[in-house]
Design a protein around this ligand. Structure first.
Ligand code: HC1
Length: 573
């Protein structure tokens, strides 16, 4: 350990700590802006400046704590330096805060307020010219609000291993963008939205479709249905001030009903359906010499990544559509028939923790009924905006249920939202199908947890089944390279594009850097899903009564011609 003094108070910190970490042990949170632990440790923004005994100002996020050191975090010199840094940032910043989507939870705004920046125009002068990039299907880049913290660049490069954005030009002309200033939509960006999740300001935002949803609901000729992804219920509460890891499933259903949706359904229903089809596909590939490993295909960021970066492995992808798309295809066929509604009058809306879902709804071969399976996909954040705009007092709402039949899901379905959940759900069904026996316990705990890559081997009906799970595209690449080189060998792999899975998706509520650096956000959100699973009396997809009825009365068997037509898709190389 190291002993030092922070503001005159003795602190003992583990060896290797930075001043920022040591200060935390003394219950002092030094403000940060660019710093993201293990992702962006570049000491660039200089907000975290502190003063050493000799009067030197240093950046505490990267400066090591040393034995005997005396550090001051709040001297006039420190406070003045931080304020000047903010004033300089604000002098080149689009300050239309009133209408900015991040207003109220913008890290720059919060710091300016906390540090008393009352003269934000002090250094006003020339502004770096910029254009708004709307070329991508899922997001908007507005560099007039960018503060060059490079968090987006770091997460794209260091976590996802993609690197489609970086700093262009030098000095005052520096801007974040793609090579040759291409639009993001023209690059091999996979729409994961992790850059949006870490952006401290309103520079990066999802494309907002809430106005289209309000318009559809207001149209009396339209039957507007909504599905909510597993992970949304584990994140939405944060937008209303609830602690990270609060289950708001019941309030969310109540809010959607009050927004005016004609039916409030659940993606969990079609996650169960995905398992039926995917477990069948897995068993079929194993028994009939199909391409292995089978790799899950429900994460559209991952699917796009596979197409761009591992095109020779697209045959390994499951042909199953994602639960979002399966839901849409069933809503405009089975449900429409059952309810006596012309599918052309249905507007199918999805609420997703994901930005790549906005891209997925427009993919080829995602239109089983001659029209898009899903019409509008909004993020968890957009849903929160709608609820606030409509004046619905979310926290006061009662808990309500989803509507039947497309609102019924099992415990297996809800864990899709956490890394390892799809694999666990598939194993619950595949193992019981192969052995013909009931599992004594449906838990496959080896694939749980937020580790980037997980592996396990199970003995199923006399066969050693080797599986692996990866989340985050950097981890996916590492795993796939091992498979390609022959170093590792599996039968079944789950890959999710975002680290930790959908609970940490690019469409989830944004948490500020200091929370991201100190809290296991994805672990807390995942726990919500595992708790819902445990509390559900039905924990296996093949036991979902609504799914059983769908097969018995409409689809026939998993893998049937009708199921193939509606529920499976194709990929591009
Ligand atoms: Fe996901 Fe999925 S789990 S991809 O992470 O397979 O987005 O939550 O909805 O489609 O079910 C996202 C989450 C989601 C799909 C399911």
């Amino acid at each position: 350990t190291i002993n030092l003094k922070i503001n005159g108070i003795a602190v003992t910190a583990p060896k290797g700590s930075t001043i920022l970490e040591a200060a935390r042990l003394a219950h002092i949170e030094i403000p940060t802006l660019c710093f993201l632990k293990e992702i962006n440790e570049i000491g660039a923004c200089r907000i975290c400046i502190v003063e050493l005994k000799n009067g030197k100002l240093v950046t505490s996020c990267v400066y090591p704590a040393e034995e005997g050191m005396e550090v001051y975090t709040n001297t006039p010199k420190v406070l003045d330096s931080r304020k000047k840094t903010l004033q300089l940032l604000l002098s080149n910043h689009n300050r239309s805060c009133l209408s900015c989507v991040r207003s109220g939870h913008c890290e720059l705004q919060e710091l300016a307020h906390e540090l008393g920046v009352d003269d934000e125009g002090y250094y006003d002068g020339e502004i770096t010219p910029s254009e708004i990039d709307t070329s991508a299907a899922h997001m908007i880049r507005d560099n007039s609000k960018c503060i060059l913290c490079r968090r987006c660049v770091a997460v794209c490069e260091n976590v996802q291993g993609i690197g489609v954005i970086g700093a262009n030009n030098r000095g005052f002309s520096t801007s974040i963008g793609s090579a040759f200033e291409m639009g993001l939509g023209e690059t091999s960006c996979v729409s994961c939205g992790q850059c949006i999740a870490v952006c401290p300001t309103g520079a990066l935002t999802e494309k907002d479709y809430t106005a289209d949803v309000f318009a559809a609901i207001a149209d009396p000729k339209k039957h507007v249905i909504v599905q909510t992804a597993p992970a949304v219920r584990a994140g939405l509460g944060e937008e209303f001030g609830l602690p990270i890891g609060t289950d708001v499933e019941g309030k969310m259903a109540a809010a959607l009903r009050r927004l005016g949706f004609d039916k409030v359904f659940d993606t969990n229903f079609s996650a169960d359906l995905t398992i039926m089809e995917e477990a069948h596909e897995f068993i079929d590939r194993v028994q009939n010499g199909g391409v292995l490993p089978l790799i899950t295909s429900c994460s559209p960021g991952w699917v796009k990544y596979c197409e761009h970066y591992f095109p020779d492995m697209t045959e390994n992808l499951s042909s199953c559509k994602s639960p979002q798309q399966m839901f849409g295809a069933i809503a405009k066929s089975y449900y429409a028939e059952k309810a006596g509604i012309d599918p052309k009058d249905i507007v199918s809306v999805s609420v997703m923790p994901c930005t790549a879902k906005k891209f997925e709804i427009g993919r080829e071969d995602e239109d089983a009924n001659g029209m898009p399976d899903v019409d509008i996909s909004i993020t968890t954040r957009e849903l929160a905006r709608m609820i606030k705009k409509a004046g619905i007092r979310f926290l006061d709402l009662p808990d309500e249920e989803f509507d039947a039949p497309l609102g019924l899901g099992t415990g297996a379905a809800v864990i899709f939202g956490a890394t390892g959940g799809v694999m666990e759900a598939a194993l619950r069904t595949a193992v019981e199908t192969l052995t013909g026996e009931e599992l004594p316990k449906p838990d496959f705990t080896e694939v749980r947890g937020t580790k980037g890559i997980k592996e396990a081997t199970y003995n199923v009906a006399g066969m050693e089944v080797k599986i692996a799970v990866a989340s985050g595209l950097g981890n996916a690449r590492e795993l796939l390279n091992k498979v390609k080189s022959g170093e590792a060998n599996y039968h079944f792999i789950e890959i999710m594009g975002c680290p930790g899975g959908c609970v940490n998706g690019g469409g989830q509520p944004q948490q500020p850097g200091y929370v991201r650096n100190t809290t296991d956000i994805r672990g807390l959100r995942a726990k919500v899903l595992y708790d819902i699973d445990t509390a559900n009396p039905i924990r296996k997809s093949h036991e979902n009564p609504a799914i059983k009825e769908l097969y018995a009365t409409y689809l026939g068997e998993p893998g049937s011609e009708k199921a193939h037509h509606l529920l499976h898709t194709t990929y591009v190389k």
